[in-house]
Write a protein that binds this ligand. Structure first.
Ligand SMILES: Cc1cc2nc3c(=O)[nH]c(=O)nc-3n(C[C@H](O)[C@H](O)[C@H](O)COP(=O)(O)O)c2cc1C
Length: 200
């Protein structure tokens, strides 16, 4: 049994719900889990594992990237997992990046229009393009798992420039894409992996 932190950033609340759900799943294994907004966290020294979740908002949410950078020393010494909420992901068949296992909600990705030749928008929305800059931020942190899940887009909750970006670059329809089954399955696997590591 361990003490786990599920830390999240959010723009309109979607990721907070998902972080809470992941926390509930992890608690089923008897672990103590704290689910906390990144802005409320000072120290992470007391945790044996840390899960960080945030939406893609013109790159992974900047609070999450900043957190990774700030705490990279501590995060390089405990198991870390990341999850990313997105409305658009291009199917590329990748299941790992730099040796890090990637789990993708199967309902999220869309196949490129022309196989092997990605458009600008399709290239933008690849796992590689989303994740690489995040990993570069804290090179000493090697996540044990990264999950990509469908999010929720409510255009009426956005600032005008956010709505403009989403319409011009992401070109995605507003709506609910959260797949709770995929999210719980990932959290369940994560729990097993953590327990395997803890029991040696
Ligand atoms: C300004 C803005 C930029 C976004 N950029 C992306 C993006 O690059 N890729 C993507 O798949 N989704 C993008 N999204 C969609 C969000 O990731 C998605 O709506 C997410 O579920 C929001 O989570 P939240 O409610 O926790 O903020 C963007 C949304 C906004 C408002």
């Amino acid at each position: 049994m361990g003490k786990i932190l599920v830390a999240y950033a959010t723009n309109t609340g979607t990721t907070a719900d998902v972080a809470r759900k992941i926390g509930e799943e992890l608690e089923k294994s008897g672990d103590q889990v704290d689910v906390v907004a990144l802005t409320q966290i000072d120290s992470i020294d007391t945790y044996e594992a840390v899960i960080i979740g945030a939406p893609m908002i013109m790159g992974w949410h900047r609070e999450a990237v900043g957190f990774l950078k700030k705490h990279q020393q501590t995060l390089s010494q405990v198991p870390v997992a990341l999850f990313m909420m997105a409305m658009s992901l291009t199917r590329t068949g990748e299941t790992s990046l730099d040796g890090i296992p990637i789990t993708i909600d199967e309902k999220l990705p869309q196949s490129p229009k022309v196989e092997g030749r990605l458009s600008f928008k399709e290239h933008y929305a690849t796992v590689r393009n989303y994740l690489r800059p995040v990993l570069k931020t804290a090179p000493s942190v090697k996540p044990i798992s990264v999950g990509f899940f469908g999010g929720r887009l409510d255009i009426y909750r956005l600032k005008w420039w956010q709505a403009l970006f989403v319409m011009a670059i992401i070109q995605t329809q507003p709506g609910e894409k959260r797949n709770w089954e995929a999210i719980c399955a990932w959290a369940g696997c994560l729990s097993s992996t953590l327990h395997d590591n803890w029991t040696g």
